[in-house]
Design a protein around this ligand. Structure first.
Ligand code: F6R
Length: 256
């Protein structure tokens, strides 16, 4: 794991954007795994401003609520079009999101896994992290070998996500999510976390034991993980000075 600590969320998102821009430039037909929520917003804004060529890029989103109409303002489908896809020259046929209204969800989940394989696998997966350590919507105790499937959100995650919904509106508690096994097959994982509310989850994921209680901790077993975080999200890391020192002393050829 490479832990990249920047003072602000914008600076951390800029590092992540540079990484993705390099991938898109070096591999115009790259396959990106994408996340939603508040965390990737500064990353997507930065990528839009870079005017990259997305015409051959393929994307797979991590997760989606079950049962919300596709055009509901809070579906991840709507989120992705509003915050990224409408602003870049991506080909709509290369965009993949879990279908929370599929008639046969288990069959859809298997097909989603097949589509990822057929596309050649995910080159780089963008991840946020929940306050309980979830990645995608793999809540604590999810199998570390899980594949795309239905999950039930914890009460805490529903509470965390309620801020996006209108008052009195119910937050769906069932979702489709890529599994942890699916995420672990991405060639690179890029985990972003901003703000003090993520500090405990990040400290446990990076410095704690590998455990399904903090699903993000499994990333310790992945060969290529970059963790781009701001100073508040890094505040509970015991080795934060070491991580800063490593980043500041990178040889020029390794700089992002
Ligand atoms: C969203 C996703 C989730 C979020 C996590 C953090 O696609 O996979 O794991 O990344 O819930 O959400 P925010 O960024 O809103 O704090």
């Amino acid at each position: 794991m490479e832990i990249i600590i920047q003072e602000t969320r914008q600076a951390a998102a800029d590092v992540a954007a540079r990484l993705i821009a390099k991938l898109i430039t070096d591999k115009p037909g790259a396959v990106l795994g994408l996340a939603t929520g508040s965390t990737p917003l500064p990353l997507y804004q930065r990528l839009i401003g870079m005017e990259l060529d997305w015409s051959k890029i393929t994307t797979f989103n991590l997760d989606e609520y079950i049962g919300l109409p596709r055009d509901h303002p809070q579906t991840y489908h709507t989120f992705m079009w509003e915050n990224l896809f409408n602003h870049v020259n991506i080909d709509a046929k290369n965009i993949h999101l879990p279908d929370g209204n599929a008639a046969d969800i288990p069959a859809f989940c298997m097909e989603y896994e097949e589509r990822i394989k057929t596309a050649g696998g995910i080159d780089l997966q963008v991840l946020g992290i929940g306050t309980d350590g979830h990645i995608g919507f793999n809540e604590p105790t999810s199998s570390l070998a899980s594949r795309t499937r239905i999950k039930t959100l914890t009460e805490q995650t529903c509470k965390d996500n309620a801020r996006f919904f209108g008052s009195g509106e119910e937050v769906p508690n069932h979702v489709i999510t890529m599994g942890i096994g699916t995420i672990m097959e991405a060639r690179t994982n890029l985990l972003l976390a901003f703000g003090e509310s993520k500090a405990t989850a990040i400290a446990e994921a990076v410095e704690g034991p590998v455990t399904s209680i903090n699903p993000a901790s499994v990333l310790q077993m992945h060969p290529t993980v970059k963790v781009c975080i701001d100073a508040p999200a890094a505040s509970k890391l015991q080795r934060k000075d070491y991580f800063r020192w490593v980043y500041d002393n990178k040889p020029d050829w390794q700089r992002i």
